[in-house]
Design a protein around this ligand. Structure first.
Ligand SMILES: N[C@@H](CCC(=O)N[C@@H](CS)C(=O)NCC(=O)O)C(=O)O
Length: 239
């Protein structure tokens, strides 16, 4: 099987699939894509979504499969991984928990992060978004195993890797553009800090930030329009 990964280097959703490819050891070829340039070819590859990430698999019998969407991609990779590694927990109750916390990221944290990034400093919109994001991040932290350092314990899984790209952007972009710092005091925030320290140095995550010396500066530049209220629209929608 030949796997092509359609990605954009700056995209946190694509980064979810990218981390899974690295962590699960699935061979792939990386295809940098401008998803905003809606050519006929790109709309066809992405099955009309026009968004990265997309996985394209060409099988030996010449059949083809294209999987658009970050979490669909991660779950697909988890099922085909060659070396027995798994991102989804193996226990059925833990799997239900994992899905709950991923939905929580998507519905209760990520849209507020984008709203905060786009809002004018000091505005009501900024305050509302900041409060919701922070409270919902604390709820996420409350769901973490006490031992850690990862969400469910000693090994990282789908809940950790699907949030890591956003944790990075919360830290980097909101401090730079909105002078925001996550609270540092109390046991709960210390637990979040411990999770993030473990996560940000994990090799499967680091591997998705090529040319690390310039990565931060490049991300800051990419997000300038967002910091001024522009950028992609649908990411602020509450689902
Ligand atoms: N819900 C999608 C979101 C993907 C997404 O928003 N990708 C952005 C880049 S970060 C994109 O391709 N945007 C192009 C567009 O919306 O036209 C997922 O989880 O994969």
């Amino acid at each position: 099987m030949q796997l092509t990964f359609y990605s954009a280097w700056y995209c946190p959703f694509a980064q979810r699939a990218w981390i899974a490819l690295e962590h699960l050891g699935v061979p792939y070829s990386y295809q940098e894509t401008d998803p905003y340039h809606k050519t006929e070819h790109w709309l066809d590859v992405s099955r009309g979504t026009g968004q990265v990430p997309v996985l394209q698999m060409l099988h030996q019998d010449r059949s083809e499969l294209r999987v658009p969407g970050s979490l669909r991609a991660v779950e697909y990779l988890d099922e085909i991984a060659p070396n027995g590694r798994k991102l989804m927990p193996q226990n059925v109750s833990a799997r239900a928990e994992a899905r709950f916390w991923i939905d929580h990221q998507n519905s209760n944290i990520i849209p507020y992060f984008y709203r905060f990034l786009k809002a004018e400093i000091g505005s009501d919109a900024a305050r509302l978004a900041e409060d919701s994001m922070t409270q919902n991040l604390l709820a996420f932290t409350n769901g973490m195993s006490p031992e850690g350092p990862y969400f469910f314990g000693a090994e990282p899984g789908i809940v950790d890797f699907s949030f890591a790209p956003f944790a990075l952007r919360i830290e980097l972009l909101l401090s730079h553009y909105k002078t925001f710092q996550l609270p540092q005091t109390g046991e709960k925030w210390a637990r979040y800090g411990r999770w993030w320290q473990a996560m940000k140095s994990h090799p499967s995550f680091v591997a998705t930030m090529p040319e690390l010396e310039t990565y931060t500066a490049r991300l800051l530049t990419f997000y300038v329009p967002y910091s001024q209220g522009g950028g992609q629209l649908d990411v602020t929608q509450i689902r």
